[in-house]
Design a protein around this ligand. Sequence first.
Ligand code: GDP
Length: 138
Amino acid sequence: MTDRTFTMIKPDATQNGHTGGILEMINAAGFRIVAMKMTHLSEAKAGEFYAIHKERPFYGELVEFMSRGPITAAILEKENAVEDFRKLIGATNPANAEEGTIRKKYATSIGENAVHGSDSDENAAVEGNFFFSKLEQF
Ligand code: GDP
């Protein structure tokens, strides 16, 4: 189960019709989709997913945003998946994201930044299991 990461296409990108464009960038970068679903997080579920940020000043805004509309959750496989995917998505704030990154192309602000990407192998496993049963991970 190593070399996997977890991603979400966030409500802003979903609403703006960028799901296909983002999946295309993910495929073009060599990631294999091993689980995927479109879903809509409740406030409670979004709060649980981002519990690690509970003390941060933007937590309320983040939970509200992430439960605002549908998302696409996916598990991606590739050698060096976590690090390479963080590179592909770019900096949290799109103003600092490099050319060619998903956030440079599709994010609108530091909060509404189009995609999530796990920051460690451990969190990738926890986050993937949050959305997908073992039977749904291929
Ligand atoms: P990431 O790992 O690049 O996604 O960034 P973080 O783990 O630091 O933050 C998690 C998510 O919280 C980000 O992707 C943003 O959606 C949101 N976020 C981070 N900083 C801010 C902020 O200053 N304001 C708001 N509204 N949201 C933020």
